[in-house]
Write a protein that binds this ligand. Structure first.
Ligand code: IVH
Length: 687
């Protein structure tokens, strides 16, 4: 074969390889349905690289060797939100809506009947996105992620028709618009048909289709998907856009941002009429909505109302009723959770509810099964609302055949066989196996790597289960020694079914990325009973470093110690929570896990989100007597300024703010020599 023939043969081979790799890429990235194993895929890539190194003229910018490959390893870059992206509280009925309105008025110290303008918008069922414009040019787009940090989807978002790359008119220097990316119902159906025709993956509903289309490493795929955007809120802005949400919407519209439809009303009846109307017209809309979002229209009032935990006080979602369906209860399984709670789960004859196939539903606990008299073989009504796990609403008793036995959760753990007990006053039945129970160990590991904890991409639930089974990861420190142990292993991860060089490399990369972790995430990751995300944050901010927290918890095991008093004096920490915390840190196995972890990771000391610079930051205050603003607003305002608000006066109190008719607390403050401020003095102090 002469040189030219060899080159021609190489060209053919090259074209064939490129085609195969492109096809595999499409299956993997676009359809989430790879037909090659990682190993087979890696082999193709190696062949391609070898060929290109022998015949450098084949290598060009379009070759897969130059493009993909690296991209999936990195995934999407993370973006911190200057202003967190929050979620919304829910109401489900007119009564609850009324209660929310009343509470909002109370917070603002408004009369019960005084007008409070509310703007109502549809709640779009898509995925939220923050668009950042600087000097009127779209420079960044991010998903919500965990609210504090999202993924950089700028390139994908730029392909969405309807999202302007440049704003019209005089846009502020910095403008972040938040809204929902969605897929229209007709477009969704057409996409599914097309996917089906070419043997690709179909999507369960428009929301999944939208999310799957945006989170594409290959931007070309996003470009071909019919996505749209509707704006509904602001993030960071360099100047005010108006005095009401309505005015903001109008401004955004004038810049070219698509906005949702809306209604404005200042009473419950008007809001309910709008709700009914939208609910009725819902089917005719070309996009899915799952409720109405109410927002206090006046931005100055919004500012006063502020936030509680992860949601604004000035907005609420009024959810549409859950969709229901009837199906047969085939069996009841008992699952063991992270803290040993046994949860009965209904295995159902699969049925479509609101576009999603449901085959499991939670039955909560023994009491719930008895209350609803649920028995295996029954026909049951199930419902599904949004992302919530499907529930069994009721049993259709007239369809029951014969008299099937009642179901009772055995007092024995289905996984480890340990005794399961129901403690006084608790509804839950708990496995007492603790650390010897594999189910608990696995659930704890899953929690440890979950999104709000270590957030390790590539260590999903299924992989954790497999790795646990095979002894690769038995407890959290094992995660961080996995790479080292894998090096000399005769059965390395890349040789496992479904794995390859690339995915192995990616897994270690995402583990290594998380060797440094924020204190609050770390505390949450430990999965201590009753310690959720918010409490973890509070503990992080109170103790500052992990060493300090650990030491304090050791000391607090003596209930006489100051450490114990400090702990239970924290807002939101009661005696039972304190017991769980102290118990966790004194358990010797947990100590081993912590010591093990500390050899491989670094826990970053907690840095308060925004160091508030105010004359009352770090001070302890007590409000007493009747004030002009509501007590809740006073408390929220003080907390925003970095102060702690306590319920009773002690030596540690810095200020007592006394309104009219102040009584015993004022007296105590005077006795202890604590500084007492009038409401006006307080206002001047924080002005
Ligand atoms: S306002 C500060 N308005 O619902 C909160 N959210 O469950 C700003 N959503 O994360 C949100 N339609 O993704 C708002 N008209 C609307 C909405 C809307 C859909 C989504 C949004 C949010 C989620 C909360």
């Amino acid at each position: 074969m002469d040189k030219e023939d060899a080159l021609n043969a190489a060209k053919l081979k090259h074209a064939e390889l490129v085609k195969k790799i492109r096809k595999a890429d499409a299956e993997y990235y676009q359809d989430d349905a790879p037909s090659l194993s990682d190993a087979e895929y890696d082999k193709l890539r190696q062949e391609l690289e070898k060929l290109e190194s022998e015949f450098p003229s084949l290598e060009n910018a379009a070759s897969p060797s130059q493009t993909v490959g690296a991209a999936p390893a990195k995934g999407f870059a993370k973006i911190r939100h200057e202003i967190p992206m929050l979620s919304l509280g829910n109401v489900f009925s007119e009564e609850e809506l009324n209660e929310w309105l009343a509470k909002t008025r109370r917070f603002l110290n408004m009369e019960e009947a005084s007008p409070l303008e509310i703007i109502a918008e549809p709640k779009i069922d898509g995925l939220s996105c923050s668009l950042r414009y600087e000097q009127g040019v779209l420079i960044q787009a991010a998903t919500r992620g965990d609210g504090a940090e999202g993924e950089d989807i700028t390139q994908n978002v730029k392909t969405i028709e309807g999202i302007p790359h440049t704003l019209k008119g005089n846009a502020p220097e910095i403008l972040e618009v938040r809204g929902e990316i969605y897929m229209g119902k007709k477009d969704f159906e057409a996409l599914n048909k097309a996917q089906e025709a070419r043997g690709g993956k179909t999507f369960a509903n428009p929301r999944n289709a939208a999310a799957g289309s945006v989170r594409q490493l290959n931007v070309e795929v996003t470009k071909e998907r019919p996505l749209a955007f509707l704006g509904y809120a602001l993030g960071q802005v360099s100047e005010s856009l108006g005095q009401s949400h309505y005015e903001v919407r109008e401004k955004l519209k004038s810049f070219g941002i698509p906005e949702t439809f809306y209604a404005i009303s200042d009473d419950l009846m008007g809001l309910m009429q709008n709700y009914e109307q939208v609910l009725e017209g819902r089917a005719d809309l070309d996009y899915d909505i799952d409720g109405i979002v109410y927002k206090v229209n006046d931005l100055a009032l919004q500012e006063r109302l502020g936030f509680v935990a992860r949601s604004p006080r000035w907005a609420i979602a009024h959810k549409f009723p859950a969709e229901k369906a009837v199906t047969k209860l085939l069996d009841i399984d008992v699952q063991v959770g992270r803290t040993g709670v046994l949860t009965p789960v209904a295995r159902l004859e699969p049925i479509t509810v609101g576009g999603v196939v449901v085959s499991n539903a939670t039955l909560h606990n023994q009491d719930e099964i008895e209350r609803k008299d649920i028995r295996i073989g029954d026909y049951v009504v199930i419902q599904r609302a949004g992302d919530v796990i499907p529930q069994v609403v009721e049993v259709l008793l007239d369809k029951r055949e014969g008299d099937p036995p009642k179901f009772e959760i055995a007092h024995e753990c289905p996984r480890c066989g340990s005794l399961a007990i129901r403690e006084e006053g608790e509804v839950a039945i708990r496995c007492t196996g603790g650390l010897i129970c594999p189910a608990q160990a696995v659930e704890r590991l899953k929690h440890f790597v979950s999104r709000l904890a270590f957030d390790i991409e590539g260590l999903g639930a299924k992989i954790i289960e497999e790795f646990y089974e095979d002894g690769l990861i038995k407890s959290p420190p094992d995660i961080f020694t996995l790479e080292e142990r894998n090096k000399g292993s005769l059965t390395p991860i890349r040789a496992r079914e479904g794995w390859g060089d690339l995915s192995e490399k990616n897994l270690f990369a995402s583990i290594n990325e998380r060797r440094v972790i924020e204190l609050n995430r770390f505390i949450y990751a430990l999965g201590i009973r009753q310690i959720g995300e918010a409490t973890a944050k509070m503990l992080a901010s109170a103790y500052g470093s992990f060493e300090a927290l650990r030491l304090a918890m050791k000391q607090a095991s003596d209930h006489e110690a100051e450490a114990y008093t400090n702990l239970i004096n924290m807002d939101g920490i009661g005696a039972s929570m304190a017991d769980d915390l102290i118990g966790f840190f004194s358990e010797s196995h947990n100590e081993d896990v912590l010591d093990g972890l500390m050899q491989h990771i670094e826990v970053k000391p907690y840095i308060a989100p925004k160091a508030v610079d105010s004359p009352v930051a770090g001070k302890t205050l007590v409000f007493t007597g009747s004030l002009n603003i509501s007590r809740s607003e006073a408390k929220a305002q003080a907390e925003r300024l970095g102060a702690k608000v306590a319920g009773s006066v002690s030596k540690k109190t810095d200020y007592v703010i006394a309104g009219e008719d102040a009584g015993s607390k004022l007296k105590k403050a005077n006795e202890l020599g604590v500084t007492v401020l009038s409401e006006d003095e307080w206002k001047t102090l924080i002005a």
